[in-house]
Design a protein around this ligand. Structure first.
Ligand code: HAS
Length: 559
């Protein structure tokens, strides 16, 4: 479908700029593994110290690349599936707001004034520019969501009896979760951290800030994951040569994420004081609840892939897997999506371990955690973003993808590296290896107070995995940037492989509306979070002075 020239250009840059920034994010990931393994004595050759490099790695990879791509992906889905143009001015202002926010936050990090990691927990304090930057990135994504509402309402008026396209259900569900979840973190930043950083207030309630962050922080992961789920339900069956086993299952999954993504955040705080056990138990139960839509997805995807394999002539019990187009260079998006799905088997199962209160006490704040979240964020979410980015940048620029053989191998090399990387971290974590710990030394240095001989093997396995992941990323950057340097050979467009549903499922009202699901979500959120906030306000003492990771004593408020 042809799109407005300005919209096309904005979308092209909204996808290209994060991939350019990703080169820095990947570099600092590599330097982390080399430094922790004692191979290099600095965690960054760009003059950044360990926590600065880690903050840059987390903010670029987990906040910037994701938010830019997911908003751009949403624009293209609305254009393609509703056959509606977007207001170019809104698309542009959404992009510019996110870009200005990114520059502000990146300046603060690179200037060494925001070494607070991607969770920016107080009493670590950042420069006001970091917090303002974070707010602008979120507001830019809200403008993106706002730009879809009018075209959607117009489409509904014109098509009162047509099922909302599944991709549109998916992207609106993603952004409904995102919009609700960003409200508490907007409060945390605008009314707590920013005035504190400006020196207007001397202290901040650390527990309240943490609780508001995780009120936002766990639904944040579904903001990252759901675009991959949209590709799984809408594109993967078609790419595999089959049909989606159940369109209705897909709708129910997206609506369940609206209802259950948010009231679970206390599961990041099982070890925190101030929050009562009963409440932690409630969030545990709800966390197992939010795993249900993913388990439905596992079975729906397996059924859809089996159908595709049988369409390709498979007859045995399992040999349908061998019939799938793993190395088809034209259907390369299949490779990115199936790799993400395979990784997510482990990412999801380790999430269930995290959610088990007693097992969480073993793994909390250990290297297990980055093992889990690289199997989730850097698995299905990141691979869908890479596959989606190369697909869209090719379509939006009218340029054929170059190095096609490399392109289809990228996700499998990444999968190999990531499995090694995460295994090393999780096995080390089970042996007590801490996360986010520097002390300026490495675990493999016998003189280090952190030295533990039994961690050395795991740290080295993690390093080998990280190097393989870097090789995959370099292959991807080669494909991406040689494609950009290629000649235009077709008219820029937006198009997606779209699966038919295996079962002919007529439209049902309760699966074709967002309202009841939003109401249910708000009710459960109030039940899960009013007591949490009350606990925190009742059980925490005076606020904390400011600390920096580089100074063991409080520093004066404000930068
Ligand atoms: Fe998590 C911590 C629990 C999912 C990301 N998580 C984190 C952190 C991040 C993160 C970033 O309960 C650390 C934050 C920090 O810095 O401290 N997580 C869960 C649970 C799930 C879960 C229960 N997490 C995610 C996703 C993420 C993500 C998704 C990013 C995108 N997580 C936790 C908990 C903590 C936590 C605690 C706090 C720990 C602590 O102590 O701090 C669930 O949503 C998982 C459900 C998923 C499944 C798997 C379904 C499998 C599928 C694939 C099927 C494959 C097929 C392929 C069909 C049960 C869908 C077949 C193959 C063929 C070849 C045919």
């Amino acid at each position: 479908m042809q799109i407005n020239r300005l919209t096309q250009r904005v979308l092209f840059w909204q996808i290209t700029i994060p991939i350019l920034m990703l080169t820095l994010g990947i570099y600092h990931g590599l330097m982390q593994v080399l430094y922790r393994a004692g191979i290099v004595q600095s965690a960054s050759f760009l003059g950044l110290e360990y926590y600065q490099g880690l903050t840059l790695h987390g903010v670029i990879n987990a906040i910037v690349v994701t938010t830019f791509f997911i908003t751009a992906f949403g624009h293209t889905l609305i254009i393609y599936y509703l056959k509606k143009e977007l207001h170019p001015g809104l698309v542009l202002s959404s992009f510019l707001t996110m870009l200005i926010g990114t520059v502000a936050a990146a300046w603060a990090i690179l200037a060494g004034k925001a070494t607070v990691l991607y969770t920016f927990y107080p009493p670590l304090m950042a420069h006001p520019a970091f917090y303002i930057g974070a707010v602008l990135i979120v507001v830019g994504s809200w403008i993106g969501l706002y730009s879809w509402i009018k075209p959607y309402l117009q489409w509904r008026k014109e098509n009162p009896d047509t099922k909302i396209p599944l991709a549109v259900v998916g992207i609106f569900s993603t952004f409904i979760v995102w919009f609700i979840a960003t409200l508490p973190v907007a409060y945390e930043i605008l009314f707590m951290l920013l005035p504190w950083s400006l020196g207007w207030i001397d202290e901040v309630n650390v527990m309240l800030a943490r609780t508001l962050f995780w009120f936002f922080g766990h639904p944040l992961v579904y903001f990252w994951l759901l675009p991959a789920y949209i590709m799984y339900y809408v594109m993967l069956p078609k790419l595999a040569g089959g049909k989606l086993f159940s369109d209705r299952a897909g709708r129910i999954v997206f609506y369940l994420f609206i209802v259950l993504s948010i009231p679970v955040g206390v599961h990041h705080q099982f070890a925190d004081p101030a929050i009562t056990q009963g409440l932690k138990m409630m969030h545990t139960v709800l966390t197992f609840g939010v795993a249900v839509p993913s388990i439905i997805t596992a079975f729906t995807m397996a059924a859809s892939l089996e159908y595709a394999g049988r369409q390709r002539g498979a007859t045995g019990l399992l040999n349908w897997m061998g019939k799938l187009p793993f190395f088809d260079r034209e259907r390369y998006l299949f490779a990115y999506l199936i790799s993400g799905l395979i990784i997510f088997i482990f990412g999801g199962l380790t999430g269930l371990v995290n959610a088990s209160y007693s097992m969480n006490m073993v793994i909390h704040n250990t290297a297990w955690l980055p093992g889990h979240f690289h199997l989730t964020v850097a698995g299905p979410a990141f691979l869908a973003i890479l596959g989606g980015s190369i697909h869209l940048v090719s379509k939006l620029s009218g340029k054929e993808i170059k190095l096609k053989s490399w392109n289809v191998l990228v996700p499998y090399v990444w999968l190999l590296g990531l499995m090694l990387f995460s295994s090393g971290l999780m096995l080390g974590g089970l042996e007590g290896e801490p996360r986010r710990t520097n002390l300026g030394l490495t675990y493999t240095n016998p003189d280090s107070p952190l030295f533990r001989a039994d961690w050395i093997t795991y740290v080295h396995v993690t390093m080998v995995g990280g190097i393989i992941m870097t090789i995959s990323a370099l292959m991807y950057f080669s494909v991406f940037f040689t494609t950009l340097l290629g000649k235009k050979s077709f008219e820029p467009t937006v198009e997606f492989a779209s699966s038919e549903s295996y079962h002919d499922e007529p439209r049902v009202g309760w699966l074709d509306t967002f309202t009841p699901w939003i109401i249910l979500a708000v009710i459960i959120i109030l039940i899960a979070y009013i007591p949490a906030i009350m606990d925190v306000l009742e059980n925490t003492g005076p606020g904390s002075p400011t600390f920096s990771p580089n100074s063991p004593i409080p520093i004066k408020p404000g930068y």
